[in-house]
Design a protein around this ligand. Structure first.
Ligand code: FE
Ligand code: FE
Ligand code: ZN
Length: 291
């Protein structure tokens, strides 16, 4: 079954119910949200009543909540420990984030592995592994390492780095991977032959680790190390290649999440999900959304 959705907002007053309603308004049957603003670590308490209402509503709409995704804020950096208080803050925050996922009944938490900022890849990976092992000690939440574009000193820019992190994790049932099509392209992988890329991923890491896929076109050429998302069909990957990824039979039942940019003030997700369901590129998408 095609599981398609986008990242959606999460507000203090409407919480999970608000996120769900936004997803439904796009015609989505799955979604991803941050438990607060993605760029900061301010988080408000979770209201059990709202969570329960949202879960009831998901049953009505046949949404498989076990595959709904939370994304950790991207200022968390487990790779650099040169400032030990910042490193410890990242670990503590992620522990709290995992606890919030448990409260919400969320199974999958996407994480950017981090940037080593001068320490080198090996030390960066060691820091990530040490941090994750503390966080994953005692939980049923699975952390999904996102494949990164290779901006600055990011870690997780190739499958071998992802594999090295997974190798270091004690609790392997609590670790997985989130592929991001824009990041793969920008990191230098050819996403136009996705079957070949999946064979290679299977060889290095193992397909069974893939639990989520971010579907984004890219503003930049392959290997640009940039990380700038583009609306489907408007970038260098192209609509047909993205459709092939979305409908690849080996990725069936894995949630596909759009993180494409707003056009002006307007979310593109309803129209992009329509394009995906129809397998038909709409070259008027940006005109329709322009305000
Ligand atoms: Fe991400
Ligand atoms: Fe992503
Ligand atoms: Zn990105």
């Amino acid at each position: 079954m095609l599981l398609i959705g986008s990242h959606v907002g999460y507000k203090k007053d409407t919480q999970l119910l608000g996120s769900l309603e936004e997803a439904l308004s796009y015609g989505a049957n799955t979604f991803m949200f941050y438990t607060g603003a993605p760029q900061n670590t301010m988080r408000s308490p979770i209201d059990k009543n709202i969570t329960n209402k949202a879960i009831e509503k998901m049953k009505e709409y046949d949404i498989d909540y076990s595959k709904v995704i939370v994304h950790a804020p991207y200022i968390i950096n487990l790779a650099n420990n040169s400032d030990s208080s910042k490193y410890q803050f990242s670990i503590n925050f992620l522990k709290e984030e995992v606890a919030r996922c448990e409260d919400l009944g969320i199974k999958y938490l996407v994480l950017h592995p981090g940037s080593h900022v001068g320490l080198g890849v090996d030390i960066g990976i060691k820091n990530i592994v040490d941090g994750l092992n503390q966080i994953l000690e005692n939980t049923n939440v699975t952390i999904l390492l996102e494949t990164m574009a290779g901006k600055g000193s990011e870690i997780g820019i190739n499958f071998h780095e992802i594999k090295k992190i997974i190798t270091g994790i004690t609790n392997k049932k609590n670790i997985g991977v989130c592929l991001d099509t824009c990041h793969l392209n920008d990191a230098g992988y050819d996403v136009k032959d996705f079957d070949k890329l999946l064979d290679y991923f299977d060889e290095v890491v193992g397909l069974e680790f893939i639990k989520c896929i971010h579907i984004n076109d890219s503003k930049n050429e392959c290997n640009a190390h940039k990380d700038r998302h583009e609306n489907l069909g408007y970038g260098t990957i192209g609509f047909d290649n993205l459709i092939n990824i979305i409908y690849n039979s080996r990725l069936e039942n894995i949630p596909k999440i759009l993180e494409t940019p707003y056009v002006g003030k307007n979310a593109p997700y309803k129209l992009e999900i329509e394009m995906i369901k129809n397998k038909q590129f709409d070259d008027k998408l940006k005109e329709k959304l322009a305000d």
